[in-house]
Design a protein around this ligand. Structure first.
Ligand code: 6PG
Length: 243
């Protein structure tokens, strides 16, 4: 990996989510102090739900925090699989975030339309010039059992996208589209935080972090001018050689 990631290993899942929340709070406070707002792209799946629940108890200037998503399933916002729905139930609805601070992917639309619309949302929010990429203060990511992250799955078209910010990515093994950030967006972030819990991820964590030959989507997340942080519990870090 070009820029060595910072790896933090916490003893238990509870300590992991507390530490991740503390990092979130620190990054948010610094961004709000320096630039008046904090832009964060949330991850989906099951792992981050515990982090969002911890954050729901935190005292933060929520009106200065703007929530995006790094990827979304191709489902309506009230669908059980929706990453938006999970975050809204675990965090956003609990802390009363204003609607204008929630910039979700409109995945109820045609996938390509949803991706183009989200791209426009990001371009106007960050006031991007043509060819420019947004610099999110924080992008949260998870790690899939096949080494995917966001919805950048192995052997999918999105892996080779270098111009678009957001694409509709057909995932053959799931027989569905996913809407996802591309590598340029991930790698322009100020901080990317992988949050991984559980022994079932230990083999993939070791492969992504230690196997130089591994050709896995998560290995290509390497912020150009930002921090790469892997936050793991002991179980997820169980197969790392250097701990
Ligand atoms: C998604 C996520 C995906 C997730 C990993 C890990 O939409 O599912 O973006 O990349 O982070 O699949 O998921 P778990 O946390 O459920 O193991």
């Amino acid at each position: 990996m070009s820029n060595e990631p910072e790896i933090r290993i916490l003893s238990t899942p509870q300590e992991l989510f507390q530490a991740a929340a503390a990092e979130f709070l620190a990054l948010a406070s610094a961004a709000i102090r320096d630039r008046g707002k904090f832009t964060v792209a949330l991850s989906g799946g099951s792992t981050p739900k515990s982090l969002y629940s911890v954050l729901a108890k935190a005292a933060l200037p929520w009106e200065k925090i703007f929530f995006f998503w790094g990827d979304e399933r191709h489902v309506p916002p009230d669908h059980p699989d929706s990453n938006y729905r999970m975050a809204n139930e675990a965090l956003l609805s609990k802390v009363g975030v204003r609607p204008e601070n929630v910039l979700r992917i409109r995945a109820e639309e045609d996938a390509d339309i949803a991706a183009h619309d989200y791209e426009q949302t990001i371009k106007s929010f960050f006031q991007l010039r043509p060819g420019e990429f947004p610099r999110f203060d924080l992008i949260l990511l998870g790690l899939g059992p096949d080494g995917h992250t966001a919805s950048l799955f192995p052997d999918t078209a999105a892996l080779s996208e270098t111009k678009r910010l957001v694409v509709a990515n057909w995932v053959e093994k799931l027989k569905t589209h996913r809407i996802t950030f591309t590598y340029p967006v991930l790698n322009h972030a100020a901080c990317v935080m992988f949050l991984v819990s559980g022994g079932d991820k230990a083999h993939m964590v070791r492969t992504v972090l230690e196997d130089e030959q591994a050709n896995l989507p998560s290995r290509k997340v390497q912020p150009i001018n930002g921090k790469l942080l892997w936050m793991l519990d002991l179980a997820a870090a169980g197969k790392l050689s250097k701990r």
